[in-house]
Design a protein around this ligand. Structure first.
Ligand code: AGP
Length: 615
């Protein structure tokens, strides 16, 4: 996620901005920049790709002056990392500078409007469009910044936390937010500090105001803070005292990044389907597919390449595409694919899935497929990453930086995007009937709220974890769409608690693993209500008869499995194609709590790297 800082007060802004950006580095970013109003109101913008240290080196000979400024660390969502795509972005007249965290969904239509009015954009970003649009409203209405911003934001669709510097008003700083957090620190000497979270603020003041959605805040040098809603209603600022220390703030108050990222999933799934699934219109939008529709229309096979958790997301996609688009799918470990001299045709569509976009095996695999003439489509979480740059088209997950080595929100973001893709392709091919399409579009739109419900099981899962923490082995079993989730649950447990765990198709248990079952073997079943539910119930009975300890993930209200399993965790009812987005949550929480009980390093497990950039 991008990092935002701002300052207005009696002190020089630059050191405060740089310190703030440094404190926000944990959020993950690819470029950094600042803007200040120097003497005489000169707006100075300095920005560089790379680390904050790069930016500091860039200005070392001539430190930006001024007692009001804004700063930004960019996590790219539109346009690769580069100096010109870094924030702040100025308007066409260079009168204002804007920093932004979020996604402007309707930036293309705003861009068209602006180009009709003679605006020339120099970057690939949605944020620059916003800067020009705000300035266009100021120019065309004659309104001052706070009022012009309020008017402009009424036309903006998407998520934003923004801070705007106005060259003509050096005694003022204006901020606004919608669906992306923004905190205002109220100092004791007529000074204000702005941050994406409290991390860059607490060193200066513990008194903060949390801006709410669709609020515009104006800070002035005489220490006044006024807030209005975009609907033009006055809001009384509510100053709160922060109790948290900086160390915990970086994790958003959570003990570990992994736990924070597990709880971010309602937002990260929402952000990943934002602009791609429209319930009101009953449509899906996947420009990366539509711009290459010929490749998908002629596709005789979809070849999915990935590693680890991304490979599991690929297995879910196999069920999705074969069910909804009726295109044959093969899912391959990238590391195997690249070395086995595979048969690749120009009627193949290759789907490369990678959170980091840097996994060496996946990168090598797509290169060999590309050389053989296949169309390569990427699903990555890092904009401008190597894999993203080498694919012919793609769809980014907007999960934000995933710091914990064990992938959680990236997995559900991948599955959400893959679901939207399969719906889109199936619909365009005329292979999904309207009823199923609308049910899944509506169901997918509901998933973030249902994930919130799944997270409420955390305390119960923490108690179950106590019973399993001493285990030496574990078996995860599921069928159909839930088989990949069984594999994912086993991987989570393995990689952070170091317990040997295996995921298996539940039916396959009879062909070997059932020999492992005894009273010391935790068996985790995913037994949600779907077409194969009764078969899974039979498998549960087979394990019970052999004394296995059974934890079952069930659909809320289930009584049949509850009468058999030793422990059950409920997830809300959902279409079987969407259920992996829910059953993944208890899998993640179980592994997290067991690892914690075993004293393991949850965020940096032994021997593992977040991105395996070596073979
Ligand atoms: C998953 O929890 C692991 N961190 C690992 O299996 C990971 O999914 C794999 O290395 C692939 O990484 P990528 O998605 O960045 O390509």
């Amino acid at each position: 996620m991008c990092g935002i800082v701002g300052y207005l007060g009696p002190k020089q802004a630059y050191p405060i901005l740089i310190d703030g950006l440094t404190r926000l580095e944990y959020r993950g970013y690819d470029s950094a920049g600042i803007a200040t109003l120097e003497e005489g109101g000169k707006l100075r913008v300095e920005k560089k790709e790379g680390k904050v240290a790069n930016l500091e080196a860039h200005v070392a000979e001539d430190i930006p002056k001024g007692t009001v400024g804004i700063g930004h660390t960019r996590w790219a969502t539109h346009g690769p990392p580069s100096d010109r795509n870094a924030h702040p972005h100025a308007g066409s007249k260079g009168r204002i500078a804007v920093i932004h965290n979020g996604i402007i969904e309707n930036y293309e239509s705003l861009k068209d409007l602006l180009s009709d009015r003679g605006h020339t954009l120099v970057s690939d970003t949605d944020t620059e469009v916003l800067a020009h649009f705000i300035e266009e409203v100021m120019t065309s209405t004659g309104l001052d910044l706070p009022e012009a911003l309020r008017i402009a934001l009424k036309e903006v669709v998407g998520a934003y936390a923004i801070v705007v510097l106005d060259q003509s008003q050096p005694d003022r700083l204006v901020a606004a937010r919608k669906a992306s957090p923004l905190v205002i620190g109220v100092g004791g000497k007529n000074d204000f500090f702005v941050g994406s979270d409290a991390t860059p603020i607490v060193a200066h003041t513990k008194n903060v105001v949390y801006l709410e959605d669709e609020e515009v805040a104006t800070m002035t040098r005489d220490g006044k803070l006024s807030i209005r809603t975009i609907g033009d209603a006055d809001v009384t600022p509510e100053i709160q005292a922060i109790e948290l220390e900086i160390a915990s703030l970086e994790k958003g108050g959570y003990e570990h990044f992994m736990l924070k990222e597990i709880y971010e999933q309602p937002r990260s799934i929402r952000d990943s389907i934002r602009g791609r699934v429209n319930l009101q219109r009953g449509t899906t939008t996947m420009s990366g597919i539509d711009e290459n529709w010929g490749e998908w229309e002629k596709a005789q096979r979809i070849l999915i390449l990935g590693c680890g958790t991304s490979w599991h997301a690929g297995l879910v996609a196999e069920y999705l595409f074969e069910s909804l688009a009726r295109i044959p799918v093969e899912v391959e470990y990238a590391s195997e694919f690249r070395y086995r001299n595979p048969i690749i045709r120009d009627t193949d569509v290759v789907l490369a899935i990678s959170q980091s976009g840097e996994t060496a095996d996946t990168l090598a695999a797509i290169r060999s497929a590309k050389d053989a003439g296949a169309h390569i489509f990427g699903v990555c979480n890092v904009v401008g990453s190597s894999i993203a740059r080498e694919t012919d088209a793609g769809a980014y997950t907007h999960a934000g930086p995933e710091i914990g080595v064990a992938s959680t929100k990236a997995f559900t973001a991948q599955v959400a995007v893959l679901t939207a893709m399969a719906l889109h392709v199936g619909r365009r091919l005329g292979r999904v009937d309207d009823g199923v399409f609308m049910r899944l579009v509506s169901g997918l739109d509901n998933i973030p709220g249902l994930v919130e419900q799944c997270l409420e099981s955390a305390p119960a899962i923490g108690e179950i974890a106590k019973l399993f923490a001493g285990a030496e082995n574990a078996l995860y079993l599921g069928r159909g769409y839930q088989f990949p989730v069984a594999l994912e649950g086993a991987l989570k447990l393995k990689e952070i608690s170091y317990i040997h765990a295996e995921g298996y198709p539940a039916a396959e248990m009879k062909h070997g693993p059932i020999a492992l079952i005894d009273e010391d073997m935790p068996v985790i079943f995913i037994a949600t209500q779907d077409d194969v539910y009764e078969k899974v119930v039979s498998n549960i009975q087979e394990v019970k008869a052999r004394g296995g300890q059974i934890l079952a993930i069930v659909t809320e209200g289930d009584t049949q499995v509850k009468s058999l399993a030793d422990h059950t965790v409920e997830v809300p009812r959902a279409h079987e194609a969407l259920a992996p987005l829910l059953t993944a949550i208890p899998m993640q929480l179980l592994s997290y709590h067991i690892a914690l009980l075993r004293g393991c390093n949850v965020d940096q497990p032994r021997n593992l790297a977040k991105s395996v950039t070596v073979e």
